[in-house]
Write a protein that binds this ligand. Structure first.
Ligand code: TRP
Length: 330
């Protein structure tokens, strides 16, 4: 079985529909037929100022949502990055393999540091991609399912792995980014030409998994639509309607043209009501499951501790091989 690994940051009180349809849904599918490792990357969340109570809460709510969305602890290894100290160990080695200029060219660093201002950006933000490379290489995965925005980090990871192997002998599997063409790209429903994201926009255009069904219903009913009256997929002329068609299709499993036919001759209002219903009914049991998991914190922690214990075994083998090849005295 080919191995996959991915990670998600516990930086919000809820994942949104874009996180699910763009990433986590693929994670769930990949559990079948792959040896899957999924990591809640809490150390990466420390690269910006964090509140301790919030970090803890968000780590647990992330875990609960991943489980509720279908990540199964029997099928895959779900774990918390900080519970596997090998990430820090290999992270350092990766930092020592990376050129300063190379790291300076990472676009995510450039974006985030320019937003923070050069003086308040942390060194951890600069070394973030090297920790991410360690997250990946520790598990020797074939594939790393990620969104398009992570392509450059995966390229760096491949470069570092190749460089290490060439210099110190075969140590790491060179992983491939697994960027699904079919993964739905979900946009903000108030600003449908921009990606659905918590860090931009007002929040009114972001459908959150942990929001109440009532709140989401209201949000979708007030989604922006476009000029004209026809429910038709056309990203240029009708970005709002196209985005809602994508959302409906991804959750209902129906094709876009099937939906266009159903709503031919009907108005935007009817269509939005239908989208709202599909989304709300899809998310209702997921939210309920996540809430239930959060109510039994001990059980939730047990699941994570078990995952982290499995991860540590694999990660330690890679650290041993890395140290041995580097000449570290073991
Ligand atoms: N940087 C990734 C993001 O922002 C999160 C991440 C950290 C990750 N480590 C990873 C993704 C390892 C894949 C593999 O989405």
């Amino acid at each position: 079985m080919k191995r996959v690994l991915s990670g998600i940051q516990p930086t919000s009180d809820s994942f949104h529909l874009g996180n699910y349809l763009g990433a986590v849904k693929q994670w769930v599918e990949l559990q079948d037929g792959h040896d899957a490792f999924y990591c809640i990357v809490d150390l990466h969340a420390l690269t910006v100022e964090t509140d301790p109570a919030l970090l803890r809460k968000r780590t647990l709510v992330s875990a609960a949502q991943l489980l509720a969305l279908g990540i199964s602890p029997e099928k895959s290894t779900l774990f918390v990055q900080s519970q596997v100290p090998q990430h820090n160990q290999l992270g350092w080695i990766m930092e020592c393999m990376t050129g300063f200029g190379e790291a300076s060219r990472m676009t995510q660093f450039k974006d985030k540091s320019s937003k923070a201002g050069a003086d308040s950006a942390r060194v951890g933000l600069f070394t973030y991609p090297m920790l991410q490379a360690a997250d990946i290489l520790l598990y020797q995965p074939h594939y790393v399912p990620v969104g398009e925005d992570q392509r450059q980090h995966i390229e760096l990871t491949r470069d570092l792995a190749g460089r290490f192997n060439a210099r110190y002998g075969q140590t790491f599997q060179i992983p491939e980014a697994y960027i699904l063409k079919t993964a739905a790209k979900i946009n903000d429903i108030q600003e449908p030409t921009a990606k659905m994201s918590k860090s931009s926009g007002s929040g009114a255009g972001v459908i959150e998994i942990m929001d109440t069904p009532e709140a989401n219903l209201k949000k979708i009913k007030s989604a922006v639509t476009d000029a004209g009256r026809e429910v038709k997929f056309d990203v240029v002329e009708k970005p709002g309607i196209s985005n809602l068609l994508t959302i409906h299709s991804a959750l209902s499993g129906r094709t876009i043209s099937d939906l266009e036919n159903e709503f031919a001759g009907k108005g935007y209002g009817d269509f939005k009501t239908a989208v709202a219903e599909v989304v709300v009914e899809y998310l209702r049991p997921i939210r309920a499951k996540a809430v239930e998991l959060l109510e039994d914190e001990k059980h939730l922690l047990d699941i994570l501790h078990q995952g982290s214990a499995k991860a540590r075994v694999v990660a330690q083998e890679t650290v041993n091989a890395t140290y041995k090849n580097l000449g570290v005295v073991l």
